[in-house]
Structures are given as C-alpha cells and as structure tokens.
Design a protein around this ligand. Structure first.
Ligand code: DGL
Length: 282
C-alpha cells in the first residue's frame, strides 16, 4: 500500500520519518526529534495491541518490529527510528539484515555518557528484562563501563503504569522507590533511563533521588543522530514550519489520543490499525 500523499513524484526529502515503540514510550523520542527538526513530518506507531514488549521473546519482538517497519515503509518513511530499547536490543540487527537499504536509528542505554559523568563511579540503569538480556546492552557495558559499578533494575509494572497515564500515583512511586532506594544506598550519582517510557516519570524520579543524582534521558542524542543521518543522505526537509504527525496504534485509538496532550503537549488524531496473524499490519 503506497501513500499517494508522498509517492506521486514528491521529492524524497519531503517524506516522513517513521518512529515506533511498543506503546507511548517512543513519544519521548518523537518529542526530541520534533524539537530539533520541526520541519520533518513524522509517522508514529505505538504497538499497544502487544505492549509490554519487555517480558516477550526476541522472536516475537523481531516479528512485530518487522511488520511495523514494513507498514512504515509502505507509508514512504525515509528513515525508521526504533524508539524502543527493548525492540532495539532484540531486533535492530535483525531489521538491518532484512532491510539493508533502509536507514535505521535505534536506542542504546546511555551507559557511555553516564560513565563519563559519574563522580562516585556508581551508576543505576533502569530498563526492561529483554533490554538487559540483549547483546546490545552487554556490548555497551563492555565498551564503556570500565571502572564503573552498574546497578540494574527492571521496574516491573512501570511501563503499564505509564501506558495508563499514571505518572505520579503511589503505585508508580513505589515501583520507582523499589528500584532506586537500593541504588541510593549504594551511593549512585547517575541514573540511566534505558526505556523510552521512563522519561515521562522524570519528575517523580527526581523527587526520589534528589538533586545530587543526574538522570540521563538519551532522546536528545537519538534525535541528533537522526539529524546527522538525514543530512548525510541529503534528505532533510528544507521546508519551514511545523510539519504534520500521523499517529497509529494497534490498540485503542481513544486511549492514545487522550495521552497525547499529557505526554507530548499537543493533540492529534490517532488511526487504528490491525495485525493479521501477528505478522502483517492490514
Ligand atoms: N518503551 C520500550 C523500551 O524502551 C518498551 C517497554 C515495553 O514495552 O516493555 O524498552
């Protein structure tokens, strides 16, 4: 299915950037991309029919990521942002193998900047089980965490809380305190947000850890990488002004629509899409 809006002889630099996540988490990356490149139109896909990805198998996440990538390419995406640490860990290498001509930008837990920033040499990392189990995280730790002690936690239930828009309730606070209090007792001075959902609870995290602990959200660096790749490929949009965003969900469109003003500070229509046997979006 090709999208007439972009396909009929439109120059490729006017095509959209495709961004996807298991749910609303990737909106924290979309927010950063939009701040740095407001002239770029964006297609955002939240796979809320399958969220959370964290407890799922690599095979399932690869299959979902491939189906979503095909959908975004069918809508003329000129670059794909895997705005999901879990999908990046499980599927980024797989996607680059399946779509060798496509530009991909994925997430990488920000261990490198954290290791450079820490004074105590003790860093907390919050991410999902699948992210911690992936080869990508092991590689990042091996390359950048020499001399740094890492304290990891998977924050069970936090993604679901954020998907419900529950950003500061007692339930959400307790999930974060269970993760952060032991880290504080171990004298961490830096926390890495290794899940794109977690930037939406930074205010609560900062309340818990206090002002002497630095919280690192990788989204701005990811947006810079998107800009670098588009410029290197000569496909940045030269138009001025705020371009459009189209939102898609495999879940309930009204739920995502209600979250946009809360998470993104802007409203929008959300289009519903359906999976066919969990491999193809129709
Ligand atoms: N927001 C995603 C991440 O960065 C996925 C969380 C989930 O679906 O478990 O890992």
């Amino acid at each position: 299915m090709m999208n007439a809006e972009f396909t009929q002889h439109a120059p490729r630099n006017t095509f959209p950037i495709g961004v996807f996540d298991s749910g609303v988490g990737g909106l924290s990356v979309l927010r950063a991309v939009r701040a740095q490149m407001p002239e770029e139109s964006i297609l955002y896909f939240g796979d809320q029919g399958h969220v959370p990805y964290g407890p799922r198998s690599m095979g399932q996440i690869q299959s979902f990521s491939e189906g979503i990538t095909k959908f975004l390419l069918d809508h003329d995406s000129k670059l794909i942002v895997v705005a999901c640490n879990t999908a990046s860990a499980a599927a980024l290498t797989y996607l680059r193998g399946r779509f060798p001509a496509v530009l991909f930008v994925g997430m990488e837990p920000a261990v490198k900047p954290a290791a450079e920033a820490t004074k105590t040499g003790r860093v907390g990392v919050l991410a999902t089980p699948a992210t911690f189990q992936g080869a990508l995280y092991a590689s990042v730790v091996e390359r950048f965490a020499a001399g740094v002690e890492l304290f990891q936690h998977t924050c069970p239930g936090l993604v679901s809380q954020i998907e419900k828009g529950d950003l500061d309730s007692t339930v959400t606070r307790v999930i974060l305190e269970d993760a952060l209090f032991p880290m504080l007792e171990n004298n961490i001075d830096t926390v890495v947000l290794g899940c794109t959902h977690y930037p939406f609870v930074i205010p609560l995290i900062e309340q818990i850890v206090g002002k002497n602990v630095r919280v690192i959200d990788p989204a701005p660096s990811v947006a810079k990488q998107v800009k670098r790749l588009l410029e290197a490929a000569g496909i940045t949009n030269q138009a001025q002004g705020h371009a459009s965003i189209r939102f898609f969900t495999s879940g309930d469109p009204s739920e995502m629509k209600s979250m946009l003003p809360v998470l993104l500070g802007e409203s929008g229509e959300v289009e519903s899409v359906t999976w066919k046997n969990d491999r193809e979006i129709i």
